[in-house]
Structures are given as C-alpha cells and as structure tokens.
Design a protein around this ligand. Structure first.
Ligand code: ATR
Length: 276
C-alpha cells in the first residue's frame, strides 16, 4: 500500500518540504506521497487523531504547531521534550513519536567547518523557537562558551535557565553582544531580522567581528542576508539557512525510511526551487 507522509502548519503554502521530500521518495523509489496540510490550531487534535487513524507513516510539524502538538503525541524523544518543540513525528507500530531534528540539522550543517565545539566560543542571536532548538542541541556538544543575545534580555535569561545541559552561558543585550563580538569563534543569527521583504535590517553591528570567524544565519530567503553580506566583508566564513533546512529534512527522512539521503542533491533541488 502507498505510504503517506505530510507536513502540518498554518500557513503552509510556502513550505518547501513537500518538494524536497517528494523528490527524495521518488529518487529512492519509495511508493509514497508527502502532502502539505493547512491545520488551524483549534483543529490540531482532530487532525492528529485522523492521521493516526489512517495509519500515516510520518509527518513534519511547522509553525505554529511545534510546541502545541506535544500533548497529542504518544511519546516524545527526551531532546525534543527538553526543547519543548517537535518538528518530526514517526509512526512506530501505531504510536506517534515526536522528535526534533532542527538543532541537530543545524549542527550537521556545520560539519564541514567544525569538528569539535569544546574549544569554541559561540554567540546565538535571538531567543525564540529556532534559538532554543539550536542552543539546547549545541549545549550537548559542550562548547567552551555559548552566550545568548536578545532584544528582550529576559527571554535570553529564561532560555539559559531552562537548558537541561551544563553550559557556560550569559545573557546579553544586542548592543553588548555587538561590542564584544571579537570574542566569538561562531556567531549564529536565529531571528527573522533581514528576512524578505525587510532585507536591509541587521540585528546588531558587525564592526567588531573577528576575521576568520564563522557566521551563520538560519534565514534562507534571501540566500545572503545583509548580516551575512557584512560578515563576508569582514573576512568571516558565512553559512545561510539552507543547510539547516536540508539537514533537518534529511534527518526526518532517515527516521521515516532508514535512508540518510544525498544532502548535496537535496541542496541543489532546494536552491533550484528558490531561484525559480
Ligand atoms: P521563532 O520561533 O521563529 O524563533 P519567535 O519565537 O517569535 O520566533 O522569536 C523571534 C526572535 O526574533 C526573538 O528572539 C525576537 O526577540 P524578542 O524576544 O525581543 O521578541 C527576535 N526579534 C524579532 N523581531 C526583532 C526585531 N525587530 N529586533 C530585534 N529582535 C527581534
């Protein structure tokens, strides 16, 4: 019988996950479809029950349901539970199990640049859902320092206090982070600042950025945010959000099928779609 995979969110029309996963299913000759479903928050419980009843093989969850889905699942992996967000669900013998592949997807995307985090000082800009998944997953890698800068500093304090893993972290204002930017080996931008259509915005000044540092932005529209453009001018290595997007998808696909897919093919496919 044909298998079914899906992504649930609201809005969902912009999601590139169906294109990415259907291309993979076809390439690996898996008899299945991956469909987008727009689900309102008040319908989430009914939607999950329905998907379970029809025996869905697995699905992704996106904004705004990543946290609110947790009570409707049969079980949640400990990392996803500590992050408080699920982006991937697997049907394991009739039970819906939630995982979070966002943070690990981000870290896998850094593998060409970083082999170990234990001697690295990191700065995360932002304290929302994206920052949370990246921070908690990174904290497990035992970096030397991982500080959090946010417009609302209290949210950075709360994030640090909520982390279940030991870290050396402090909360900073965006201005403070800008002033001490030269301290960091890796700077990770997780806010929506600079995302289309507000493409000229910057979360903080890069004046003090250290040359040869690694600067990442989880945004991929535009492919090169103003933040990355200025980092490049400062001789930093830059990375946009495509790798995190592709790797979170690759890790989800592996959980569903047992196959870790060809990530370069996935990247080319996503870039083609973005250019189109
Ligand atoms: P997500 O779950 O996608 O990360 P979110 O929870 O809404 O989204 O978090 C968005 C992040 O972007 C937050 O860190 C937010 O800062 P606040 O906590 O102060 O709200 C940050 N952010 C959004 N717009 C911003 C702006 N114009 N200037 C500075 N920070 C901004």
């Amino acid at each position: 019988m044909k298998k079914l995979f899906a992504v649930l969110g609201d809005p969902i029309g912009h999601s590139m996950s169906p294109i990415m996963h259907n291309a993979l299913l076809s390439y690996y000759e898996i008899d299945a479809h991956y469909l987008p479903f727009k689900v309102k928050t008040e319908d989430l419980s009914a939607a999950i029950k329905g998907l379970k009843a029809i025996g869905i093989s697995g699905f992704n969850v996106t904004v705004p349901h990543k946290s609110s889905i947790i009570p409707f699942l049969d079980d949640v992996d400990p990392l996803a539970l500590s992050i408080g967000a699920v982006n991937t669900v697997v049907n394991e013998n009739g039970n819906l199990i939630g995982y979070n592949t966002d943070g690990l997807g981000f870290i896998k995307g850094l593998e060409p640049f970083i082999t170990s985090f234990t001697d690295k000082k990191l700065l995360i800009i932002g304290a929302g859902g994206g920052a949370r998944a990246i921070y908690f997953t990174l904290a497990k890698m035992k970096p030397l320092v991982v500080d959090i800068a946010n417009r609302t500093i209290n949210k950075a304090v709360e994030l640090i206090e909520a982390c279940p893993f030991d870290t050396t972290s402090k909360a900073l204002s965006l201005e403070e982070a800008g002033q001490q930017l030269a301290e960091y080996d890796i700077v990770i931008q997780t806010t929506m600042i600079g995302m289309y259509p507000n493409i000229s915005e910057l979360p903080l000044s890069l004046e003090n950025l250290r040359a040869q540092s690694l600067v990442c932005d989880i945004i991929y529209n535009p492919l090169e945010t103003q933040f990355l453009k200025e980092a490049k001018q400062k001789d930093a290595t830059i990375q946009n959000g495509i790798d995190m997007f592709v790797y979170q998808g690759a890790l989800a696909f592996e959980k569903w099928t047992g196959i870790f897919p060809d990530v370069n093919r996935m990247k080319e496919n996503v870039l083609r779609q973005l250019e189109a």
